[in-house]
Design a protein around this ligand. Structure first.
Ligand code: HEM
Length: 453
């Protein structure tokens, strides 16, 4: 075994990788907080994270960019769209933002054995020509037509979970359950598992691994959080590697079986890690984000009873309501791009290598696009113009699926329990890029039945 292989597979490798990326980043964030940078404070302050919107409004006057913790940032819809669609920008990943000396440490640590969703070869972390190669492998399963065909099965899953939730409430105190654990997390993981042909019996295990790995999108993790994230990523990678090997021996007629035949480790076709990363991204993106749409949507409907009444009177508005939820409180808060050449955005030069953070949640409240943007309005005519699914070549592959699942899940929930109410404070997930709830106690007050009226 060479020195770099030995380092890579030992805990020294993990420590080097943490130090050169998150460790340095943590120190830099703290320096920026001391210097009074509000975006750096947001990265560390849970109170600000609970409601980041005043911060976005405070920097809105800076056009096109405001100074962020490490890079220029923008909360403007036109600027974010231009950057995300520009040929002059590419994706970025945690190792590409480290300063010079740390690069040597990273080179010694070698590439991570179990790359995460924002590290190559995940399609989120590569540009053309690799990006379209990976995306093509899985995109046909996510067309509007394929998703429409899944609506009925998704409704069945929703009804089954609601039945289980009612039973769990009866077995407990009669009416209180955690909506996230019993419903919002289970519906997306069940649907994506069935789509990909991975066993439904793995549902709880995927959720546990996915939860542990979700911090891989964030910056400046503590050493302990980073080690835990690497363990969960390893478990996911190992499971998927083994699953794809099984499918190569005994293929089924599912999406993953169809992609395993394309592996070619000689370097001419796709490597095993490219397939594992593609399959894992689709699986994890399928359940780590829509859970937040269902949770955030429920919270907004609790907070806006008049909008809830409107949906009872005009149920045809549910589909638009889901886009308004995505606009108002998006599950993915921000993303970033790096200039690949010297370029210009809204007349401002950005040199090659320059980073830009596009705050999707801020762009979604741009008053030049959305009238009265801080108002939650399920009848908003241009709600769909939000950037919650990003824009350009990396536009969310699962957008149609997420919209359909959100609509089916929220409508079924509020129709089954018209008097659904919060039963105590909800708890947010600790993740910063992914924004949603870890726990949401709700009271399942049954509809007043005819015999009781
Ligand atoms: C409400 C739920 C969802 C939201 C808010 C969401 C959001 C996003 C965003 C913002 C991106 C692009 C990030 C960037 O530009 O850097 C993205 C990409 C992606 N999403 Fe989603 N997503 C959701 C659900 C799903 C689902 C259900 C799937 C199903 C498989 C999925 C699969 C993907 C994939 C594979 C990519 C990478 C696309 C690429 O790089 O070409 N997402 N998503």
């Amino acid at each position: 075994m060479s020195l770099s292989e030995a380092v890579r597979s030992s805990s020294v490798g993990t420590t080097l990788r943490w130090g050169a990326t998150h460790g340095l980043m943590r120190a830099a964030i703290r320096r920026q907080v001391r210097a009074g940078n509000p975006d750096a404070r947001l990265l560390l302050d849970p109170d600000m994270q609970a409601d980041p919107f005043p911060h976005y409004e405070a920097i809105r006057a800076s056009y096109p960019f405001a100074p962020g913790a490490f890079a220029r940032m923008t909360v403007h819809h036109d600027v974010a769209t231009a950057v995300l669609r520009s040929d002059g920008f590419g994706v970025t990943n945690p190792t590409s933002v480290v300063p010079g000396p740390a690069k040597a440490a990273l080179a010694l640590a070698g590439p991570p054995r179990n790359p995460g969703p924002i590290e190559p070869p995940s399609m989120l972390a590569v540009d053309a020509p690799d990006h379209p190669r990976y995306r093509k492998l899985v995109s046909r399963a996510f067309t509007a037509k394929r998703v429409a065909a899944l609506r009925e099965r998704t409704s069945e899953v929703a009804q089954e979970l609601l039945d289980d939730m009612d039973r769990a409430a009866r077995d407990g105190d009669g009416h209180t359950v955690d909506l996230v654990a019993r419903y919002a997390s289970l519906l997306p993981v069940t649907v994506i598992s069935e789509m990909l042909g991975v066993p439904a019996s793995m549902r709880d295990q995927f959720l546990e691994w996915g939860d542990g790995a979700a911090t891989s999108l964030d910056m400046g993790l503590t050493r302990r959080a980073h080690a835990s994230m690497e363990r969960h990523l390893a478990a996911l990678n190992d499971w998927m590697r083994e699953h794809l090997r099984r499918l190569r021996r005994e293929p089924g007629d599912d999406l993953l079986s169809s992609i395993v035949t394309q592996v070619d480790d000689d370097g001419t076709g796709l490597t095993e890690q490219e397939l594992v990363s593609t399959a894992l991204l689709v699986l994890a993106a399928g359940f780590e984000t829509t859970v937040n749409l269902i949770g955030n949507g429920t919270a907004q409907l609790f907070a806006h009873p008049e909008q809830r009444e409107r949906l009872v009177a005009e149920p045809e508005r549910w589909s638009n309501a889901v886009d308004e939820i995505l606009r108002f409180d998006p599950p993915v808060e921000r993303t970033a791009r790096r200039a690949t050449v010297d370029t210009e955005v809204a007349g401002v030069p950005v040199s090659a290598g320059g980073l830009v953070v596009t705050v999707l949640a801020g762009a979604n409240r741009d008053p030049r696009v959305f009238d009265d943007p801080a108002t939650f309005d399920v009848a908003r005519t241009n709600a769909k113009d939000h950037l919650a699914f990003s824009s350009g070549p990396h536009f969310c592959l699962g957008a149609q699926l997420a919209r359909m699942e959100g609509e089916v899940a929220l409508r079924a929930l509020f129709e089954r329990h018209p008097r659904l109410a919060p039963a105590g404070p909800a708890r947010r997930r600790p993740t910063r890029i992914l924004r949603g709830y870890a726990e949401m106690p709700v009271r399942l007050e049954p509809a007043v039945s005819a015999s009781r009226v």
